[in-house]
Ligand binder design. Sequence first.
Ligand code: FAD
Length: 405
Amino acid sequence: MPVLVVGAGPVGLLTAFVLSQRGMACTVLEQHAVALNRSRASTFQPAVLDRLSGLGLAAPLLAAGLKVDRIRSWDLNTGHQNDLDYAVIAADTAHPFRLHLEQAALRTLLLQRLAAPGGAPVELLEQHRVEALERNEAGEGVRLRIRPAAGGDRLLHRSGRWLVVADGARSGLRSQLGLPFDGVDMPEPVVRLMLPALPEAIARQLAGVTYGRAGVRSFSALRMPEGWRLILRPSAQESQAALTDPTWARGVLVELFASLVDPAWWSTAPLQWDHYGVAQRCVPQRRVGAALVLGDAAHVTNTRGGLNMNFGLLEAMALAEALALGGSAPEMIEPALDAWARLWQSHTIHALLPRTSRLLAGGTPLDGTVAAAGSGQASSAAAPDPQESRLRLIKASLLDLNAPP
Ligand SMILES: Cc1cc2nc3c(=O)[nH]c(=O)nc-3n(C[C@H](O)[C@H](O)[C@H](O)COP(=O)(O)OP(=O)(O)OC[C@H]3O[C@@H](n4cnc5c(N)ncnc54)[C@H](O)[C@@H]3O)c2cc1C
């Protein structure tokens, strides 16, 4: 019986790819057309690049993305800047940088690789929505009831020995498995802007990732291959105005950069604008019988720091390796899956959620390093302790969770 994977997001597709590489046949079920690429994330962390490299997936991503080897904090009121340089983790990873690239690029690559010859067969059923988990008459494994988009009232059924639940934050299978999704929705939304260029007076103050602050306002700036991504966080009181149109965002940019840029620049600057909500939630356990839950179906977090999908990709590769034991050493599969479920639930509680909560509260991966004074360049007058910087960046890059297979 094949492994059933529900959800062709990055997490489900990577699980299917590794399973196929390890000789395990699987069926991927996706409710939408797979060409509809919804992933909105932007950052690949070193831990994930290291692992993707071992699977032959990193090179095309590296060629398309932008390598960012420095994180900066910048206090616009005082001019203080503080840098964290990825050179401090050069001995810990083959990829001592963040890669900025629309993460949809990984989905596209995985779809291409899954369609190419080699590996065990992967059946990809797009526009097939999984409706229900049904009792499996065979006694073990799972049976799914599936509604094809083009099928009218026609229903399909598929049985599998294992079920990979990667159907995203709004997972329907999660509730069918009886798993709550405990946590909170943050009252403040996040506003995201994409600009093809910034005025030179601002751009020269920014590293590839900059966490800026001016009074009560904060922003993040990410350099992307196609321009600059700016993230703003309205207060709860500002939310309504912030979500109506980009006027609120343009006003904040005027306020933030008043000393650097003519306010009129922002009124005509071409920008793309959207917004999204942030939640911190997770399931209490990762395994219910034959079902294994991961990715956004298992945890959602603050997007600041770019960790949630990266974490999902690491747990997907680990899960596929554990499932592949079923092919070579069937007696090992139960303990291997229990160990996977315990380990990644523990990492979620003790690493992913605390790290992203700290970032949500306005923290940055630089917190605790010594701020250095300077108006343009980060000064080396009060350089942070390299060992402390290294440990901080290892955590921000998820390298401490990157257990080899
Ligand atoms: C604006 C934004 C920025 C972000 N930035 C980052 C970042 O920089 N770094 C980072 O690591 N993470 C980031 N994230 C988080 C990241 O996008 C998610 O963690 C990631 O997409 C989760 O992948 P997934 O495969 O688990 O779920 P999804 O991508 O949500 O995929 C789930 C799939 O399951 C399908 N599905 C759902 N129900 C069914 C069903 N019943 N039957 C069949 N198919 C179904 C869905 O259609 C979907 O294709 C960001 C998120 C947002 C919103």
